[in-house]
Every structure is written in C-alpha cells, then in structure tokens.
Design a protein around this ligand. Structure first.
Ligand code: CO8
Length: 373
C-alpha cells in the first residue's frame, strides 16, 4: 500500500491580537452600559445585572492569555462586541479562501510542491463563510490547483478527519497529492457578550500537504495510521443554519451563536479522548515510551494536561506536549495543526508522534506519524 506522508505545513496568523486584559476591559464596559440601561428592571428584581469578567479567571480556567483576530476594534467596541468584516463583492474571493491561500502557499513551499500538482483541495473547518460554491473550489482556483475540491465540517475535529479522508484517497490511488486547509473565523461565531465563553476563541488558518512518501523531496512525517470517531452530544452546538430566516424570532438570538455546556464537555470529552488515543495506540502496538510528541487539540490547558498524563502515564514535559492556546486561544480544527506545524521540526528520524483533535459532535480524530529525514 502507498505510504502517505505530510510534507508541508503552513499557518496564517492574523496580525491583530486581543489580550485578556483588553478583552475583559471591553466586556466590563459593555456590562456597565447594559446594567445602566436596565437599572430599573434590575432594581425591581426582574433582571439580574451582568457580572464583570476577570482576566485571572480566564487564565486559570483555560490557560488562554491572548487571541489573534481578523478585526479587533469591532470586538472591543462595548457598543458592538462583534468583529467588523467588510462585505465582499460577488466576484471577490471569500475571506476564508484568502486565509487558506496564505497558509497553503507556505505549506506548498515547504513541501516543494507546485500548486498544479495538487489533485484535491479539502477545506475542513467548523464554520463556512457561504454554503456554495465551496470555499475549497475557490482555493483550488486561486492557487491554480488541479483535480477537485470540497468543503467538510466536523467542528474542532475537521482537520484530522480531513487528513484521514485525504490519506485514504492517496492510498486508494484516486489522487496523488492533497491540500487540506482549516480556515477558522471563530470570532464571527463567538458570543463576545457572554461572560462564560467570551474568552474562548481566536482566528487562524492552517494547511497541510499530503503525498506519497516516495514523492517527498525533504523531511516529512509518514502517516502510520489514522482513527476517527463520533458520538452524538448537543453540549456544543451551532443552530445558525440555513433555516434561520424561517424562525419567527430571527434577530440576535443567543442560540444562533456558539453554545456549550463547558463543564459537561470537560467531563465527558476527557474520558472519550483518553480511551480513543489509548485504543488507537494499543491497536498499532505503540507504547507510551514510543511517543516523542503529542500535538493535542487546543481548547483548555487543564484538559491537555489531563490527557497528556493519561496517555504517557506521567506528566509530559512542555516540549513533549506543546501548547499554543496561550497565544492563539481555541482555534477549533486548526489548534492541533498549529501545535504540529510550530513544534515538530526538531524531531529526528524515527521519532513518533500523535496529532489529536476533539470537540463538538462529540468527535475525536487521531493521526500517528513518524519523522523521516
Ligand atoms: N470571569 C469571571 N468569572 C467567570 C467567568 C469570567 N469570564 N466565566 C464564568 N465565571 C464564573 C462562573 O459564573 C462560575 O461562578 P460560580 O462558581 O459562582 O457559579 C465560575 O466562574 C466557574 O464557571 P464555569 O463552571 O463555567 O468554569 P469552568 O471551570 O468550567 O471553566 C471553561 C469554563 C474554561 C469554558 C471550561 O468549562 C472548558 O474549557 N470546558 C471545555 C470546553 C471545550 O473544550 N469546548 C470545546 C468547544 S470548541 C469546539 O468543539 C468547536 C466548536 C466549533 C467552533 C465554534 C467557533 C466559535
């Protein structure tokens, strides 16, 4: 069977950054404005005041210190609390396609692959700017790639599910090379006015190139095995679908934005992910001592600390299990790929590692790789 390898990675990082202190100052100004506006109802006991947020809480509950966003001023405007992204003309590329082209260009250069040698582009992300035509087809056209392209969505696990789909297509012989891109504009789907979640997400785009190992020109990671799993839960949900305009109460509905029961997610996803990774490793004959690196989904530092300890049977060093969430926050499907892209070049020939994403669905995807130089 064809041995598939990841030969290139790329990360597009928006230049604008919001620190926890800046975020909390904007949220608290918004809360004060709302509480003043609703003072009578609050005094009459008909409504509760919005409590202040706290940067200390955010850092200790999540490990997040800042996030990159496409537009900072709109998010930090207490009278708006939402990014401002200008509408695009019908013939202009989508914002997500532009982000994907930036990440893909980096990945193609690293792999030494020309765009026209790509046979399939998969845009795997948790929100899509428009339903059709597919963002992936825009990316294919903007890059000058060949073959075909399509969008797919498995929320936070989109990247690893996309890698499995692409690797399977290469193994079966239906394509030779694939580009998988993960543009995530989480800032446009987050409710910045909800204290429980306003700190969670950031924007970014990642890209990976997959091809048969014998076509690889430089250092690479062979894909030894992939495993994907889903189990239904509505504890993380998005009801902002195409039926939105059919509902009577259309305007500004809270449940049209990102919703989660964070505590339940925490409790239910941890055992699912730990068992998934343990099962995958056992079936492939990979022991804890065989793994040099874990690139985990980047949602919460405590979650990653727990999973790392469970998988390796000891507390992993920061080098063994690198976190990027302190700088990027949760970037949904892109998180584990940012960690992989930024913390893998130092591995030596034969080193093994595991990429793992998890989140809404619930979904979990793991990719076992070996460094080859
Ligand atoms: N500041 C101060 N206090 C706060 C704040 C705040 N900002 N927020 C909450 N509190 C208070 C609460 O009111 C509560 O107070 P009390 O004890 O008096 O009731 C206390 O702090 C504790 O609150 P929580 O129980 O909510 O806090 P947790 O310790 O559970 O931490 C977390 C909250 C960090 C959200 C945590 O639950 C968590 O990380 N859970 C896992 C979440 C997760 O991994 N979700 C994955 C979702 S992403 C995904 O799957 C992709 C979706 C698609 C992307 C969508 C793009 C937008």
């Amino acid at each position: 069977m064809t041995q598939v390898a990841i030969t290139g990675t790329g990360v597009f990082t928006p230049s604008e950054v919001i620190t926890n202190d800046e975020l909390v100052a904007a949220f608290n100004a918004f809360a004060d404005l709302e509480n003043t506006r609703n003072a009578a109802a609050i005094a009459a006991g008909e409504q509760k005041p919005i409590p202040h947020s706290s940067a200390d809480f955010i850092t200790s509950a999540s490990g997040i210190e800042q996030r990159h966003v496409l537009n900072k001023s709109g998010v930090l405007d207490p009278t708006r609390m939402f990014p401002r992204l200008p509408e695009r003309a019908d013939d202009a590329p989508s914002q997500m396609a532009e982000m994907a082209v930036a990440a893909a260009t980096e990945a193609l250069a690293m792999a030494g692959v020309a765009p026209e040698d790509i046979d399939a582009v998969i845009c795997a992300a948790s929100n899509h700017e428009r339903a059709y035509p597919a963002i992936a087809i825009e990316v294919q056209t903007l890059l000058g790639a060949g073959g075909f392209a399509f969008d797919m969505n498995v929320a936070c696990s989109s990247a690893t599910f996309g890698i499995q789909a692409a690797a399977d297509m290469i193994r079966s012989g239906s394509i030779r090379r694939a580009l998988v891109v993960n543009p995530e504009i989480c800032s446009a789907h987050l409710e910045w006015r909800d204290r429980d979640c306003h700190f969670i997400f950031g924007d970014v785009c990642t890209a990976v190139i997959l091809e048969p190992e014998d076509l690889a020109e430089g250092p690479r990671f062979t894909i030894d095995s992939t495993r994907c799993a889903t189990r239904f839960s509505n504890n993380i949900r998005n009801k902002d679908g195409f039926l939105r305009r059919t509902r009577d109460a259309m305007e500004d509905r809270r449940d049209m934005q990102f919703m989660q029961n964070g505590r339940k997610v925490f409790k239910e996803v941890l055992p699912m992910v730990s068992a998934h990774i343990a099962g995958h490793m056992a079936d492939e004959g990979v022991g804890a001592d065989d793994l040099s690196r874990l690139w985990l989904h980047q949602a919460n530092k405590s979650m990653n600390d727990f999973i790392g300890k469970k998988v390796l049977g000891r507390v992993p060093s920061p080098e063994e299990q690198p976190n990027i969430l302190q700088d990027y926050a949760n970037t949904s499907s892109a998180g584990s790929i940012i960690a992989f892209a930024k913390h893998s070049a130092d591995l030596v020939d034969g080193d093994r590692g595991l990429i793992c994403s998890f989140g809404a669905g619930y979904s979990v995807g793991s990719v076992l790789v070996t460094r080859r130089v």
